[in-house]
Design a protein around this ligand. Structure first.
Ligand code: NAP
Length: 287
């Protein structure tokens, strides 16, 4: 049995991770700790949690993910996204655990038009991106860093649910055409992380859905999957968005899953298949 601790277990990825590890429960003994159970920014609490549980693997899905709020509260962002990883690595080192850190496309500047590979130069343009890169830099060579992007899923709030809420109204929906990425369904991501843990992988892996599109393409796909008229979705540019969106977003943040592919794993589903599947699930279950 591989003993696994998931931190940030109440988040959209954390909840999917618990389900994915538990669905192979003959191999894993899994404990999930939410932000209320364990503040990963607290060094003493992290030490005692890992001392008590002695996990083989710690999957850290805890993060401050509100990217605009990170611009307003940089200390909080660096505490949760960077210093917390230092705390976890220190405790993992002491008790012989591997750390699996989840990171983001925001470590890149997005000023390109070809997908980023794991070894490309990082250049974050926001507090969120800088703090997440800080977390990456705390990792040991034996740890695992999974960079993902544009995560949508059943749990928590995310862009799929936002578009569904807007789509169920009557007005026009405005989404940007000049940010390109790969919308990634949280359950697909969680299953892939389980595979990486099972194969005892280490180093950086990009893990996103296959294919790419803009938020405008995404919104059109969601509205179509809801059975609504996709012409209600209107194209806009990032510069037309309200000023309260303080954080700079990468224009092009497609992540080539090259380490995953070359390690012999099967590509994650196309986002244009995965997202409608999620929308059907959300529509059946109610938002
Ligand atoms: N969402 C995306 O599009 C996206 C894209 C790329 C990478 N990622 C990365 O994926 C990972 C999971 O993100 P997510 O989408 O699941 O975000 P999420 O739903 O916001 O989950 C993050 C979780 O972390 C918890 N948390 C916050 N501060 C904490 C602390 N001090 N100690 C312990 N837990 C704390 C939050 O709890 P509270 O709600 O109680 O604060 C929340 O449950 C993160 O590393 C994120 O950077 C996400």
């Amino acid at each position: 049995m591989i003993r696994v601790l998931v931190t940030g277990a109440g988040g959209q990825v954390g909840r999917e991770l618990l389900l994915a590890f538990n669905s192979t429960s003959e191999l894993f003994d899994v404990v999930g700790l939410t932000s209320a159970d364990l503040d990963v920014g607290d060094r003493t609490l992290v030490q005692s949690a890992i001392e008590g549980l002695r996990p083989d693997v710690v999957v850290n899905s805890a993060a401050m993910t509100a990217v605009d709020q990170c611009e307003l509260e940089p200390d909080r962002a660096f505490r949760i996204n960077a210093l917390a990883v230092r705390n976890l690595v220190e405790a993992c080192d002491r008790y012989g655990s591997q750390l699996v850190q989840i990171s983001t496309d925001y470590v890149f500047d997005g000023e390109t038009s070809v997908p980023y590979v794991e070894w490309d130069r990082t250049n974050p343009q926001s507090v969120y991106g800088r703090s997440k890169l800080g977390g990456e830099r705390e990792l040991r060579p034996s740890d695992l860093c999974v960079r993902t992007a544009w995560v949508v899923g059943r749990f928590g709030s995310n862009m799929a649910k936002t578009v569904m809420r807007l789509g169920s109204g009557t007005g026009a929906l405005r989404f940007v055409t000049d940010q390109i990425g790969s919308p990634t369904v949280a359950s697909d991501l969680a299953r892939a992380i389980v595979e990486l843990v099972l194969s005892r992988s280490r180093g950086v892996f990009h893990l996103t859905s296959s294919g790419s599109g803009s938020w405008f393409d995404f919104a059109q796909l969601v509205v179509t999957a809801m059975g609504e008229d996709r012409s209600r979705v209107l194209p806009i540019l990032t510069q037309d968005l309200p000023a309260e969106r303080r954080a700079s977003r990468p224009k092009y943040s497609v992540l080539d899953n090259v380490a995953w592919r070359l390690s012999g794993f099967e590509a994650l589903p196309q986002w244009s298949d995965a997202v409608p599947r999620l929308i059907r699930e959300l529509a059946e279950g109610g938002l």
